[in-house]
Design a protein around this ligand. Structure first.
Ligand code: ADP
Ligand code: MG
Length: 623
């Protein structure tokens, strides 16, 4: 059979690129073997016959220098024919798939080397082997199967011979036989294998043995379930190694949270925050990387509702004392114990993040840049945790380059300032130059810059922070006159006062010209340097939200905006001296189109825009 297209490409990369550390293949195989044992142990809770004849789970690594083979053997759940084809012939794992998608699009070298930082699972075998055989019998079935591939185009599957079946040395399980490459001879040395296992797989709860079975032999891994140990007895290295096993990563965890919850519900949690954002963070089908155990027995790594979706980047283990061991997957859904764990865990992580922000500002910022947009989903998702969330959210701001917390913003608020001002848009650079900010800047009023799409959504649910409402500077008529403008141009102020009657008639004329396109035209306190800007009326959807809704096609009608004009701008002064007529009409349309362009919105009639623009330019240049 041929490999799926994704597998072929992955294998090519595995073979030709880059693993900084080839030892990873053994970690992946031992991890699969231990998963297979965990899964059978769970199945056997309901069907004890499955393990009756051979109740002790184990992983064994056998080396044979003569045919240069290395075999990883387990007495776990095994695979039947269909499963061999499915699991070893296609990429089912969503993480690997997502990386492959990325590579297909960009194909660039740097991304290529990144793949080495993630586990590629079973296929990592082909880093060290030119041929891989798998002999497997599924627990409870009576046929043994043989899978084989050279890791290039495809694989074969057939029933296993008697001799091949004998390799299993159990009524069930899997043997993965690697025919090692010339340059992979070091994996035939016992000491090398011991070191690799102890570095990568020490905490695995299934015993791992090297060599043939002997009486009284000791497993190479001594760790056992790491999360059951007291925190003080676990080293940083052990935590990191465990994190890498769970997350298939090569990075260091940014934050390690290990605690035991006691009281109405009891559980142990060992959770990690990664430093690197996974490729599939926004993939809705992404599985949660937190494994659920019940009293040390692995239950599932796909427990719906165990973690909030906005903490989907957290990895690790949760071990419950309250759930029954024979809990079925159906019973896990909407289970009150799971609900309580979810809340308790989220609260704990948020508290730890708050602490991190005080102890390690750089680390926290790194985290926030990677995952902040996801965490903010919690603001509308988890009402009960809103306070904790509002403590850790960070935003860009007009005062400086650093991110700020809401508490710090409120601490810097001006006298008489009763709202938290913000502006929202896609691009930080454009936002900083928004005309709507000019009046705020001139008065020293700080404005938060919201650049994540999610911001517009949580703002619908969170109306204030410590009693201070969030107020968009592109919406409504904000009275800035109560703040000292410290105007740099007092003569301009005076001039526009004298000019009041002419401005009035200008407003009337523009209103008439643009009546089909804007809901209102008014003088602005927001502007100091630009002649015009668009804002949303008090009870309308804010500018950016409208655009987001339009993209998601949930929103059809286009709301009419308010056009604000700057009475002190020379252009507006000039216009107020113009008689009504074609020139004034054209100028009014040009102003509106200009405001739209600054806003990043399309000009509805580009031909007319270009024509009037040319006419004005021609005029200006001929003088
Ligand atoms: P992952 O372990 O992340 O799912 P792998 O590439 O390591 O990805 O393995 C693919 C699948 O092959 C596993 O999910 C499992 O279903 C199956 N598999 C691999 N090794 C074994 C094994 N030793 N016993 C039983 N099933 C296995
Ligand atoms: Mg695996």
């Amino acid at each position: 059979m041929n490999f799926g297209a994704d597998v072929s490409r992955l294998l090519e990369i595995v073979a030709h690129a880059l693993y900084s550390n080839r030892d990873v293949f053994l970690r992946e195989l031992v991890s699969n073997a231990s998963d297979a044992c965990d899964r059978l142990r769970y199945e056997a809770i309901d069907k004890p016959d499955l393990t009756k004849d051979d109740p002790d789970f184990r992983v064994r690594i056998l080396k044979d220098p003569k045919p240069r083979t290395l075999t990883v053997l387990d007495n776990g759940i095994g695979m039947n024919r269909a499963e061999l084809v499915e699991h070893l012939g296609t990429i089912a794992k969503s993480g690997t798939k997502a990386i492959m998608e990325q590579l297909k699009v960009s194909g660039d070298k740097e991304k290529l080397s990144l793949i080495g930082q993630f586990g590629v699972g079973f296929y990592a075998s082909f880093m060290v082997a030119h041929k891989v055989e798998v002999v497997s019998r599924k627990a409870g079935e009576s046929e043994t199967w043989h899978w084989e591939s050279d890791g290039r185009t495809g694989f074969t599957v057939r029933e296993a011979s008697k001799d091949e079946h004998a390799l299993l040395s159990s009524s069930r399980g899997t043997a993965v036989i690697l025919h090692l490459n010339e340059d992979a001879g070091d994996y035939l040395i016992e000491q090398k294998l011991t070191t690799v296992i102890q570095t990568w797989s020490d905490h695995i709860s299934i015993p791992v043995f090297i060599g043939a079975a002997k009486n009284g032999e000791e497993p190479v891994n001594k760790g056992g379930a790491l999360w059951t140990k007291p925190k003080a007895s676990v080293t940083k290295e052990q935590y990191t190694e465990f994190y890498r096993h769970i997350g298939h990563g090569m990075d260091e965890p940014l934050l390690t949270s290990h605690w035991r919850a006691e009281g109405t519900i009891e559980y142990t949690a060992l959770l990690f925050l990664p430093t690197m954002r996974p490729w599939d963070l926004y993939d809705p089908t992404r599985k949660h990387a937190v494994r659920l155990y019940v009293k040390r027995v692995f239950i599932t790594d796909d427990c719906q509702g165990l973690m909030y979706p906005w903490l989907r980047f957290v990895r690790g283990v949760i071990d419950s004392e309250d759930l029954p061991l024979n809990i079925s997957r159906e019973m896990l859904q909407h289970n009150p114990v799971i609900d309580k764990i979810r809340n308790g865990v989220a609260k704990h992580i948020l508290t730890d993040l708050d602490k991190l922000s005080r102890d390690d500002a750089i680390g926290f910022t790194t985290f926030w840049e990677q995952f902040g947009a996801v965490v903010k989903e919690g603001l509308y998702d988890a009402f009960s945790l809103r306070e904790e969330l509002l403590k850790i959210v960070r935003f860009h701001t007009t005062s400086g380059e650093n991110l700020t917390s809401l508490a710090d913003y409120v601490g810097r608020m001006k006298d008489k300032q009763d709202a938290i001002y913000y502006i929202s848009g896609e691009n930080l650079g454009n936002l900083r130059n928004s005309p709507q900010l000019e009046g705020f800047k001139a008065r020293g009023l700080e404005v938060l810059l919201f650049t994540d799409t999610i911001d517009d959504f949580w703002l619908q649910a969170v109306l204030d922070y410590q009693g201070k409402p969030f107020q968009s500077v592109t919406k409504g008529n904000i009275d800035l006159s109560r703040f000292d403008a410290g105007s740099a141009k007092p003569e301009a102020d005076k001039k526009s006062e004298e000019n009041a009657p002419a401005l009035d008639s200008l407003l009337t004329a523009i209103r008439e010209t643009l009546q089909d396109e804007v809901s209102e035209v008014r003088l602005s306190a927001r502007l100091t340097d630009s002649p015009v800007c668009l804002v949303a009326a008090e009870n309308e959807v804010d500018l950016r939200m409208e655009r987001v809704l339009r993209v998601h096609q949930q929103y059809k009608p286009i709301v009419k905006r308010v056009l604000e004009i700057n009475p002190k701008h020379p252009l507006i002064e000039r216009m107020s001296a113009l008689p009504n007529g074609a020139d004034l009409n054209d100028a009014a349309h040009l102003l509106l189109d200009q405001a739209r362009i600054i806003q990043g919105e399309p000009v509805p009639d580009p031909a007319r825009f270009a024509k009037s623009m040319s006419r004005f330019m021609e005029h200006a240049l001929s003088i």
